[in-house]
Design a binder for this molecule. Structure first.
Ligand code: SF4
Ligand code: SF4
Length: 265
């Protein structure tokens, strides 16, 4: 039996899907078309930033300056990053046009996954498992459409494999922040700012890697070094490894013998 929960006052239902199926279809013929692209509280993950900034031909710094807001919410040690809805009537997503989503091929994970809400959990040995919840908003008529999906079928249809693989690695990093490693005034903490740069501002992180003492401190194999020069995703994964190393002393990135351990860079 599937256990369903209601969010009081919203009419939203959420339940763990498990091995069951759900009915859903979203297309331009539904009466609610683009309703969900307005006034959304949409979290962005590091790989979302890479896909969107490439799609929009912006640097990561330009994308962050133009399109995000940050807030310390559930985690007081590291900020959440959210897409900044436009100021126009109804607060539409800045990437919404009359014909639909302008960044559809690179739309964020949350848009891609809906109505699924994947939750990742680790086994402490670099393996992550995904459990999927189904979220049903009252306004969303897609749940009344035909279509019978398992979680795996839906994720394959929405081309979520790359997102899932990288978000699983991000979940390992994000789990470290729940231990409050940056103290009470985290927003002023230099190590937190380093972790934020590596996670969300990949172009600045690239300059940091190649223009600072980073490569004399950390042992980055030559094939990985070649890859990160112009591959944002490979660089992001190096950033995750670096954050894991300086926050928790874990992960595959090794310091060179004699490196100064008091300084993340
Ligand atoms: S990114 Fe696209 S799908 Fe997501 S809210 Fe914006 S317009 Fe809608
Ligand atoms: S069916 Fe749901 S997901 Fe699709 S446009 Fe309507 S509200 Fe959005």
């Amino acid at each position: 039996m599937i256990k369903k929960t209601n969010t009081p006052g919203t009419g939203t239902i959420r339940y763990l899907l498990g091995n069951s199926t759900f009915s859903f279809s979203c297309h331009c013929g539904v009466a609610c078309f683009t309703r969900c692209c307005h006034d959304a509280d949409m979290y962005l993950y590091p790989y979302d930033i890479i896909r969107l900034k490439q799609c929009l031909d912006l640097s990561s710094g330009e994308f962050l300056a133009q399109h995000i807001v940050t807030a310390f919410r559930e985690n007081l040690s590291f900020p959440d990053v959210m897409l900044n809805m436009s100021d126009r009537k109804g607060r539409p997503c800045p990437f919404l046009s009359k014909s639909g989503c302008l960044v559809y091929e690179d739309r964020p994970y949350s848009c891609r996954a809906y109505p699924l809400e994947p939750a990742m959990s680790g086994d402490g040995k670099d393996r992550m498992a995904i459990q999927c919840y189904v979220v049903r908003h009252r306004y969303c008529l897609g749940h009344r459409e035909q279509g019978d999906w398992t979680a795996s079928q839906w994720m394959a249809d929405q081309q979520m494999a790359d997102y899932n693989a990288i978000n699983a690695k991000w979940a390992q990093v994000a789990a470290l922040f729940s231990n409050n490693p940056f103290g009470q005034r985290a927003f002023e903490n230099p190590a937190m700012k380093m972790a934020y740069m590596a996670s969300y501002d990949v172009d600045t992180f690239r300059r940091f890697v190649f223009d600072s003492s980073f490569l004399s401190r950390f042992d980055v194999p030559s094939d990985r070094l070649d890859e990160i020069r112009d591959n944002d995703t490979a660089l992001l994964l190096l950033g995750f490894d670096w954050v894991r190393r300086f926050v928790a002393g874990q992960g595959p990135l090794q310091e060179r013998p004699g490196a100064d351990r008091s300084n993340p860079s």
